[in-house]
Design a protein around this ligand. Structure first.
Ligand code: AMP
Length: 495
């Protein structure tokens, strides 16, 4: 295991693979040496703008290689990298700026005024174009950090309450990245299709660290486009994606066994990959998608094996170094096979929420177990199966319904493309199970309910099946159940 900070881990690759291509983008290729040189020179410029070790560098830019260089430059200076989704509104940005008190904001052209309004004069504001215009010749020296210092803050989606800034340490990121390189067998021969956003753990840490730690080449795509991904597969070895990518690939007739023949690995995560899609992908390509599970606060936690059984609908056993248990609400560890809350420990688990010591304390148990808020079980073979977020659990007439169980049955049907199962207020039952589905062709909702009665206990059968054109999803492909619950809150309201 590498003992230095995260920048030093990248520096090892800059030295070992200097002349090799690190990133292939539409406009140009970057070697490892070129990445290092650009990061060093940009660091000089950032230092002149006030960036010091421990200071926050807020970044809200389009996906670009320059943003990757900015990430490396911030780390080189020992600063804390703080990437933000480009969808955030002014009110949300005002919260992040007030909460994280960055010294600098790197934003898109046209957003400078907005950041000036919310950041005042203390905040240095710039764009990638300005930063990269006339870079100085000399490279600022790296400022090494301790392993437990913070390397990055990522705000979590915050479906309830205020967004929380998860503090990720150098140890968290280096250890998780190195472990994944080994586990997924990354080498400098790999070519990774990278179509994920780089403000989120999946695209920024999982994908980039696996590739850049191992000397591989990143095929850098600005966003996911099924045709572009298919074209890239002619000369690629790995793709990482959210389930939506795989669903969209299957929607292309030109996506065939032949197209995928040179690939060695397809990884899926950030949202559940239905067993149905897993099987359809295997039928089409012969590849079994490797599904893994993780979160912003913890990095990667479980993975289906590289060799061995990749089980559809399961996220696999805990990864090396990760301890995982299933507990009841009071923290009692539950027997194997029972559904409860996933709790984890390991060098990958974050240092807490930025400036929220009480919130942090309430999400850890004595002994250091982090309460993920995901519900699941461990099967007899040690594989974890997730059944939904704790807050998505439906309690109807006093009985628990795990949405994933009902969704799996719906997803299996020919007449349903995808389904989301939610609980909405009900005068008799407290909550009622409701299925919101995107049909594949015509749909007879009553027939769906009748069929489900054969497979499910009555209380789990949706009281209503509602057809919609599109399920609301966020950028990471997660279905936004909160929006659905709000939309259908009045469904069973008493007259
Ligand atoms: P984020 O912090 O945005 O990465 O979201 C983390 C959450 O995404 C986890 O707590 C899970 O609820 C969900 N998640 C991640 N990977 C999977 C997966 N393979 N299957 C189901 N849910 C997942």
């Amino acid at each position: 295991m590498h003992e230095g900070d995260l920048y030093q881990r990248f520096a090892r690759s800059f030295a070992d693979f200097a002349g090799r291509t690190a990133i292939e983008a539409a406009d140009r290729n970057w070697t490892y040496a070129e990445l290092e040189s650009a990061a060093g020179r940009l660091a000089t410029k950032l230092a002149a703008m006030g960036v010091r070790p421990g200071e926050r560098v807020l970044v809200q830019t389009e996906k670009s290689v320059e943003t990757v260089v900015l990430y490396l430059a911030a780390l080189r200076l020992g600063a804390i990298y703080l990437p933000l989704n480009t969808d955030y509104t002014e009110a949300e940005l005002a919260y992040f700026v007030g909460d994280a008190t960055p010294v600098i904001a790197v934003c898109r052209e046209g957003s400078q005024g907005l950041f000036r309004r919310i950041g005042g004069d203390a905040l240095a504001i710039t764009t990638l174009d300005d930063l990269f215009a006339d870079l100085p010749a000399e490279a600022a020296p790296p400022a090494p950090r301790q392993r437990d210092d913070i390397a990055a803050i990522l705000y979590t989606s915050g479906t309830t309450g205020k967004p929380k800034g998860a503090m990720l340490t150098h140890r968290n990121l280096v250890s998780n990245g190195e472990m994944l390189v080994d586990f997924w067998r990354f080498t400098s021969k790999d070519r990774l299709i990278h179509a994920l956003p780089i403000f989120h753990v999946h695209g920024l840490f999982v994908a980039l660290h696996c590739a850049l730690f191992s000397g591989a080449c990143v095929i850098f795509q600005p966003r996911f486009d099924a045709k572009a991904a298919i074209a890239a597969m002619q000369d690629a070895s790995v793709m990482m994606g959210v389930p939506t990518f795989y669903i969209r690939l299957l929607g292309e007739d030109t996506f065939t066994r032949h197209v995928a023949a040179r690939m060695r690995l397809f990884v899926s995560g950030s949202a559940p990959l239905s067993a149905d899609i897993h099987r359809a992908f295997e039928d089409r390509t012969g590849h079994r998608v490797l599904e893994r599970y993780g979160m912003t606060e913890t990095g990667m936690l479980t993975s289906n094996p590289y060799d061995g059984e990749r089980k559809a609908g399961f996220v696999g056993p805990p990864l090396p170094g990760v301890s995982l248990r299933i507990a009841g609400e009071d923290g009692t560890v539950l027997p194997q096979g029972e559904v409860g809350i996933v709790e984890v420990q390991g060098p990958n688990v974050f240092a807490g929420y930025w400036q929220m010591p009480e919130k942090t304390a309430s999400e850890f148990r004595d002994g250091g177990w982090f309460i993920t808020g995901d519900m699941g079980l461990i099967d007899a073979n040690g594989y974890v199966q997730l059944v939904g977020r704790e807050k998505d659990l439906i309690i109807t007439g006093g009985l628990n319904v795990y949405p994933a169980e009902v969704e799996a049955l719906l997803d299996d049907r020919e007449d349903i493309a995808e389904a989301a199962v939610i609980g909405v207020p009900h005068p008799d039952f407290g909550e009622a199970v409701v299925a919101v589905v995107r049909p594949a062709g015509s749909l007879d909702a009553d027939a769906v309910r009748e069929a489900m009665k054969r497979d499910l206990a009555g209380f789990k059968v949706p009281k209503q099946v509602i057809a919609v054109d599109e399920l609301p999803r966020n950028t990471m492909g997660k279905i936004q159940k909160k929006l659905l619950r709000e939309r259908y809150a009045g469904l069973f309201a008493q007259a």
